[in-house]
Design a protein around this ligand. Sequence first.
Ligand code: MRU
Length: 353
Amino acid sequence: MPEPVSPIVWRDGELEIIDQTRLPEELVFIRPRTVEEVWKAIRELKVRGAPALGIAAAFGLYLAIKDFQAKGEEELCAQLKKAADYLASSRPTAVNLFWALKRVQEKVARAQGLGVEKIKELVLREALAIQQEDESMCLAIGRYGAELLKEAQAILTHCNAGTLATARYGTALAPVYYLATQGKVLRVFVDETRPLLQGARLTAWELKQAGIPVTLITDSMAAVVMQKGWVQAVVVGADRIAANGDVANKIGTYGLAILAREHGLPFYVAAPSSTFDLTLATGEEIPIEEREPAEITHLGLRPIAPQGIAVFNPAFDVTPHHYITAIITEKGILRPPYQESISQVLFKEAARQ
Ligand code: MRU
């Protein structure tokens, strides 16, 4: 199997990002040079997917201070904070973005006295560490998830929680890639994922690149695929998971969870610990991004609805925890009751400190 691509690379002092809005037609890299360009790339979904947003934001922080002529550490930190607040305004739902911004700032706060240049280096090192750790977490998710899917012939997934959404390997797709390296090839049914078609454009593209068999369906065909017994599990990613296990993910995920329950199929969520937000008791508190009506009223530039029609276009929904069979993380598989398993499996070191 060819190695899945990495959507974000730091190469020769430059940030290189796959422009995901151009896929599947062409594989084009962009090189944002400023924090403003990183913000725009995030806002316009050139880079997207919860873990990838955190990685991009961390590199965005470095770009914000790299050439900043600070008189001292205080001024540098003020610039860093300004950049972090700005990047935090790009997209609201994926907590990985806020997690990464906080992590870099906390690292800097602990390194006071190092001097301006060394702090700049520290910020770059932290961004690289976030990227490297995400890749390792995805690999571990792949190994744990493979245990759950080893008897399956096919799975259904939604949106893109693959290599393009992470440092590499993905979350929901990581078990598929891992099993392929072990000689077990699963078929993946991919929802096209209206309105922005991350499933059709991105998931279908990356799986095809990797030589994994894909069947593309429209979102409304998922029920029939389950009814026919063509998939043995549903596996999705997550943008934010609350303390009780409620999961925010791409719009349409909640409906799939209900369908999976009706058809007696396991519904798995795959996510690294950076996707958990224990400051929120339930999914009701997760901020849900609402996007432009034109994403629904137009196909590209062509109108497909009457002009001026009322539109509701939330980018994410929240799946209540009781529909989720298990959450696959880099530290192990979480089972209900999630309130307990999250703190026992995922954050036990943090609790001990
Ligand atoms: O709007 P997007 O494309 O950023 O939404 C992405 C998703 O909903 C993914 O499923 C989620 O971020 C998990 S990525 C590993």
